[in-house]
Design a protein around this ligand. Structure first.
Ligand code: LLP
Length: 428
């Protein structure tokens, strides 16, 4: 359920008509619903309530899905932690008031400076993805001790469970040919190595097999393998307190079969970890944010080719929402002021100068014309966070709605601001 509904003939976000935001802020613009963000987070958390034996899991929102500080703060209000993959994301989480004890630091290639920052911050867990990273982390931690610091960072090993989770190849991470994580055999060896280090504190293991997963079977398969690993490590006399099962749960993108619900997911997890006695962590991103946001854009014009193709040219482009170009992703497109206009087949495109800037082809949509507003639905995850200024199009603004109020939470830069960011080389 989300809070984007037609009221009095207008698509609204909670109590605010999207056209009002478009008029005030201009288009294109992302619009997020506070109630939906918080509801999705709460539904995910409450899905574990029937299993008190599991304890309260750490639910670390994957910041990459939507990294706006106000969005993170909105989620922090209802208890979210943060799954981060860069120093920048850690800083965003801290700026949003998320305590370090609820921040997980993941990622395949963390630099020495980033690791040092994470240790100083005292994040809950650094997910180590390879042996070189383990060695680097031990070095960085040792250097901090030498310099008078002293925290032994809590680490978890990200394991690649070698399962295929379906979905788009560019977002599948759990096969051994992908760059993520260590193998089960390596995990055992590296865990023992870390436990022997005076500077590291291995606390657990982690996995994340992909994104937009709509079938629980591969997840269950991976989680069972992770359970086996926990048991083997304990059999070796090692302490394993934490099991981080990543994110990846899919959302309905309108034309697809309904994915499993958080309740289905939690029931599966409870089955798999029954009696294991670990503290669970999850890193959901999309399932929290996707359906809590839309991209509102205006039709610049409709251009009909004599041979019959009809192009709807929007003021949003691939730099604002790259998912269709990058992953052939489907987003429902709705008129902001629905009419009884007949349907017509459109190629919906942006103004960027490449054919890849096509949101969809031959989609039946209500007839629309210059100046009409349309909304891309389910755009709250991996929308704004992946946007850019390609073609020197100002970075798309973001707006947060709460009830009948709204606030600009990332303004559109002016052209002067954009140009001021680029000092001209002194010799020019
Ligand atoms: N944890 C880790 C370590 C991850 O790499 C990811 C996503 C997540 C959690 C969150 O996954 P989620 O619950 O959102 O599926 N840009 C792509 C998605 C990339 C996902 C990358 N990793 C898209 O727009 O579909």
């Amino acid at each position: 359920m989300n809070h984007f509904e037609v009221r009095d003939g207008e698509l609204c976000c909670e109590g605010v008509p999207l056209s009002r935001i478009a008029d005030a802020v201009g288009t294109p613009v992302y619009v997020y619903s506070t109630a939906t963000l918080q509801r999705h987070f709460t539904v995910f958390r409450e899905a574990f309530a029937p299993y008190p034996q599991l304890g309260a899991p750490l639910i670390a929102f994957a910041v990459k899905a939507n990294s706006n500080v106000s969005v993170l703060k909105t989620l922090a209000e209802v208890g979210a932690g943060a799954d981060t993959v860069s120093e920048g994301e850690i800083r965003r989480a801290l700026a949003a008031g998320i305590p370090p004890g609820r921040i997980v630091f993941s990622g395949v290639g963390k630099t020495a400076a980033e690791l040092a920052f994470a240790i100083e911050t005292g994040v809950a867990e650094i997910n180590v993805e390879s042996e070189p990273e383990l060695d680097l982390l031990a070095e960085v931690a040792a250097a901090q001790v030498k310099a008078g610091g002293g925290a032994r960072p809590a680490i978890a090993f990200r394991v690649n469970p070698d399962v295929s989770a379906g979905g788009h190849a560019k977002i599948s991470t759990g096969k051994s040919e992908n760059k993520f994580g260590v193998s089960f055999a390596e995990a055992e060896r590296l865990y023992a190595k870390a436990a022997a280090s005076p500077h590291l504190r291995p606390v657990g293991v982690a996995c994340h097999i992909g994104s937009q997963i709509t079938d629980l079977a591969p997840m269950e398969d991976a989680f069972r393998k992770m359970r086996g690993l926990v048991e083997r490590l304990r059999g070796l006399g090692l302490t394993v307190e934490r099991l981080d099962l990543g994110g990846g749960l899919g959302v309905p993108y309108f034309n697809q079969p309904a994915p499993p619900t958080p309740a289905d997911f939690a029931a599966m997890v409870a089955r798999v970890v029954d009696g294991l006695d670990v503290q669970l962590a999850f890193e959901p991103g999309r399932v929290i944010a996707a359906n809590a946001g839309v991209l509102v854009t205006r039709v610049i014009h409709v251009h009909e080719r004599p041979e019959g193709r009809r192009f709807m040219v929007l003021d949003a482009a691939m730099n604002d929402l790259i998912r269709p170009a990058m992953y052939d992703a489907y987003h429902d497109i709705r008129p902001v002021r629905p009419t009884n206009a007949p349907l017509a087949a459109y190629d919906v495109v942006g103004p960027v100068c490449e054919t890849g800037d096509t949101f969809t082809r031959e989609r039946d949509l209500p007839e629309a014309g210059s100046g009409d507003l349309v909304a891309f639905m389910s755009a709250g995850a991996y929308g704004a966070s992946m946007s850019s200024e390609y073609n020197t199009r100002p970075l798309i603004p973001e707006v947060l709605v709460k009830g009948d109020q709204f606030a600009v939470i990332r303004p559109r830069p002016t052209y002067d601001e954009m140009l001021a960011r680029e000092p001209v080389a002194a010799w020019l």
